[in-house]
Design a protein around this ligand. Structure first.
Ligand code: ZN
Ligand code: ZN
Length: 112
């Protein structure tokens, strides 16, 4: 069974669902750090508890709930996280208002 140790979590979960041929292709792509021609990059916070594999970068307001740092590709290039861009929305089920960050899609209750 193919299981490279460095395979990012989401792909490991995906593998049992794919036919063997697709598995092999996925592993080859991830092995070379590329998916659909885009390079997968690992972003992580200062303490290492928050990580993200992405081809598109991470929103500048995304911060680790543990250490509060932003997610960065290199331990030397951390910046203070940018403020969230909150917009007001209404829940489609309950009609309750809430605030949604346009950049990272984090949700929070409207301050009273
Ligand atoms: Zn952290
Ligand atoms: Zn945000």
């Amino acid at each position: 069974m193919l299981s490279p140790p460095n395979l990012p979590g989401p792909y490991r979960l995906l593998l049992p669902l794919l036919p063997p041929r697709r598995c092999l292709r996925l592993l080859t792509l991830v092995g070379f750090g590329e998916l659909n021609g885009e390079v997968m990059q690992l972003y992580r916070c200062k303490c290492g508890k928050s990580t993200s594999w992405t081809t598109m970068g991470v929103p500048p307001c995304l911060a680790c709930p543990e250490c509060g740092s932003d997610l960065s590709q290199s331990p030397t290039s951390h910046k203070d996280p940018a403020p969230h861009e909150w917009i007001k929305r209404y829940d489609s089920h309950t009609g309750e208002p809430y605030e949604l960050c346009q950049a990272c899609l984090q949700r929070k209750p409207v301050p009273q």
